[in-house]
Design a protein around this ligand. Structure first.
Ligand SMILES: O=C(O)C(=O)C[C@]1(C(=O)O)C=C[C@@H](O)C=C1
Length: 289
């Protein structure tokens, strides 16, 4: 049985999403307290694969997770990407005031930074008195509210987590925008069994040569004149020197083509460093039956 590391405890969006993607019963899901533990366990071979939320409709790229992906000493290749809806709910213990004001008592919201950001407008308009307490995952917040048994605390999380920890949904689907999706990747050294219908994507990191005017323009034109589509380009600091950046690029093409390796060679020829983070299939969300 292959083991899949995810950000725990059970009931996180990552957990739901991992169970949606790895459907066929031949996988064991193992929770880790921190995303850095998910990377470390995959790097050490304690698990075969790690599930990583990488981008969200409302919050954009999860920068910390991109940094973890890049900073691993040895590349843990991306083996697949899929999209999963992040439906967040306000979870806690119903106020004694009852029906109309189920969250009237709440003074502290315990959740993950990304989840709080996804629901910020709802929280500010409906619970202006509440303070935020940031924890390592949505389900960890739910677990803590359960442990405290206090109706002055509420968490933001999945319906699954409310059921698992025996708490109530005080308000359903509270994200500020509909269509709140998270893009997940799976990292690991082994290829996944092939599936039907996945489009192909390649993710690379490009570091530009210093003092080379127009280098980024040349990089982009190497793709443009070959009509290779980029679906994302984002700069992140190298953390080695102030003002030094690398570019994280998603390319809508497999490395197993003639065109893409040729484009990468052209970029290297002008003095750029190119590191491939993976070439993998991409799946969109289809509602489970
Ligand atoms: O805390 C969780 O439930 C997670 O799975 C993590 C995470 C994230 O950090 O991006 C994943 C998706 C959600 O949209 C919010 C939080």
């Amino acid at each position: 049985m292959k083991r899949i590391a995810f950000l725990g405890p059970e009931g996180t969006v990552s957990h739901e999403s991992a169970r949606y993607f790895f459907l066929d019963g031949s996988y064991e899901f193992i929770p880790y307290a921190l995303m850095s533990d998910v990377f470390a366990a995959t790097a050490a071979g304690t698990v075969e694969y790690g599930v990583v939320p990488i981008e969200n409709t409302i919050e954009g790229s999860v920068k910390h997770h991109i940094d973890l992906l890049v900073e691993e000493d040895q590349t843990l290749p991306v083996q697949a990407e899929w999209v999963y809806p992040s439906i967040q709910n306000l979870i806690g213990i119903r106020s004694a005031l009852g029906g109309a004001e189920p969250y009237a008592d709440v003074r502290t919201i315990v959740s993950k930074d990304v989840a709080i950001a996804q629901c910020y407008d709802f929280l500010r308009s409906n619970l202006p008195q509440a303070e935020f307490d940031y924890v390592s995952s949505t389900a960890e917040g739910v677990r803590l509210v359960k442990e405290a048994g206090d109706s002055r605390m509420a968490a933001i999380g999945t319906r699954t987590s409310a059921e698992l920890y025996g708490l109530e949904l005080l308000a359903e689907n509270i994200t500020d925008h509909d269509n709140n999706y998270t893009r997940f990747i799976v990292i690991g050294r082994e290829k996944l069994p092939p599936r039907q219908d996945g489009q192909q994507k390649t993710t690379i990191l490009v570091t530009l040569p210093e003092d080379y005017p127009g280098a980024l323009h040349q990089v982009l034109s190497a793709f443009a004149w070959r009509r290779i589509n980029l679906s994302k380009i984002e700069s992140r600091p190298t953390k080695k020197k102030l003002g030094n950046y690398y570019f994280y690029m998603d390319i809508e093409m497999s490395l197993d083509t003639v065109l893409l390796p040729a484009a990468l060679q052209e970029i290297e020829a002008i003095g750029c460093q190119v590191r491939t983070l993976g070439s993998y299939p991409v799946f969109s969300f289809t509602k489970p039956q």
